[in-house]
Ligand binder design. Structure first.
Ligand SMILES: Nc1ncnc2c1ncn2[C@@H]1O[C@H](COP(=O)(O)OP(=O)(O)OP(=O)(O)O)[C@@H](O)[C@H]1O
Length: 129
């Protein structure tokens, strides 16, 4: 059984990268929200390609997209650890931890939406008027 095997330390940078990429793959495979955030991020980048953004504006847009994805990964980490510890039984602290992790994603997404709107809306407006 895999659960009873002893864990080992990564033996080099190759191993560290391999498991980090494995973590990204697992997050996308198992978390619907992660896939949604990625699709929204890609759509935003595609739109921005037509809007002649400055380097500074690109920096903010990409920072926001990565921030949302990273926060969603932390949310998933917390969900997994809480489930591991509680064995998926109800606990008030488990609820607090999961709700707060979800709140972090919500706040990051809200901030990203504001940044996106501030950068993109005026440019779209100028395109048409
Ligand atoms: N062990 C638990 N004890 C108490 N409440 C829990 C527990 N597990 C989940 N919950 C409650 O159910 C909610 C949803 O938990 P779940 O693990 O399904 O997250 P999720 O739907 O995958 O979240 P997200 O949409 O952020 O990915 C939590 O925010 C929490 O309020």
């Amino acid at each position: 059984m895999e659960e009873n095997k002893k864990t080992t330390k990564n033996r080099g940078y190759g191993d560290s990268f391999k498991y980090a990429f494995f973590g990204i793959k697992t997050a996308f495979q198992e978390e619907r929200n992660m896939r949604t955030h990625l699709i929204l991020g890609l759509v935003t980048v595609l739109c921005c390609l037509f809007l002649n953004l400055s380097l500074y504006e690109w920096f903010w847009i990409l920072l926001c997209i990565f921030q949302v994805l990273v926060t969603e990964i932390w949310n998933t980490v917390i969900e997994n650890v809480v489930d591991l510890v509680t064995g998926q039984r109800f606990h008030q602290l488990a609820k607090k931890a999961k709700d707060m992790a979800a709140a972090a994603v919500l706040l990051t997404s809200l901030f990203s939406t504001i940044v996106g709107a501030v950068i993109i809306f005026p440019k779209v407006f100028h395109l048409f008027f």
